[in-house]
Design a protein around this ligand. Sequence first.
Ligand SMILES: *Cc1c(COP(=O)(O)O)cnc(C)c1O
Length: 365
Amino acid sequence: MRLSSLAPDYIQAIAPYQGGKPISELAREMGLNEADIVKLASNENPLGMSPKAQMAVEDAIGDIARYPDGNSFALRDAVAKKFNVNHQQIVFGNGSNDILELAARAFLHAGCEAIYSQHAFAVYPLVTQAVGATGVVVPAQDFAHDLDGFLKAITPKTRLIFIANPNNPTGTLLSKDALRAFIHELPRHVLVLLDEAYDEYLNAENKSEAIGWLSEFDNLIISRTFSKAYGLAGLRVGFGIMHADVADMLNRVRQPFNVNSIAQVAALASLADDDFVARSYAANQAGMAQLTQGFKHLGLEFIPSFANFVSFKVKDASQINQQLLQNGVIVRPVANYEMPDYLRVSVGLFSENARFLTVLETLLK
Ligand SMILES: *Cc1c(COP(=O)(O)O)cnc(C)c1O
């Protein structure tokens, strides 16, 4: 007997998460120098982290022997002030993925359903299946979430709806009006988790106002992360904002020290560095224009994106991906998102985008 057979069927059925290939792994596999590899595969901030965060991290190294503050008080206070919410409305996570998982563990169980879109972020099915609940996939419309389809998919067993806005890996955005009207239609037994990992990359007009809707909707959970525009992906810190009663449930299943001390101080310093976020936004706008102009020049179709990545269509995505790897360029295959003809590339520095486009051009000849 294999011991794996002792795990519940719903655990055995989980397809493991496929992340972006680490630079060190490609260097080993292809015999390349790490310095010659360009990674545009995980939507990381090409500017790195805020210099203020870096100083805070260096200052905090000496305290590593101590347990972190399990309530992330200083960070909580800063988030509460920035977003004009109460301390009790905030839950911190080991990355915002942790918030998704805490919501699933608090509100889902075997026999109930979670709804998410086709081509939506891969972590939604993972956290749903991990607690034995049933995932219900709503077909996308032109790669975007179909909110009417979501409403039709609701049953008495539905407890949680996951919506990424913008969505990864499609980069599509739902309008604020459509989202708000959708939440208004939800029956009382359904919570919605609005994943806003890329909100910092939206222009002023598109930026989410959902935190302001919490006074109207107590079944809304908004998740944010420090992994993308704030450049702290390696430290793992994110948060959710929600009604205090909902936060109370997530905190009951949260590990007491899920956010480490270094992550807490780095996030706190980052939150105060508006200049760094503004530079990250500007660099992303420029890099996105560079990539999409490159695709047009190469005659490649792409899905217009509101985030810091863009999915583009090629004849043989798996072969092109392999050839990009051989040339030291890491992008993300998205066949596991039911997009077998697409590859997703993250917006990098000017030189990284240029290298990617140059290699791609030679492969298409
Ligand atoms: C990258 C991403 C996240 C962030 O994950 P972290 O755990 O915060 O690093 C969350 N949601 C979506 C849709 C993402 O693409």
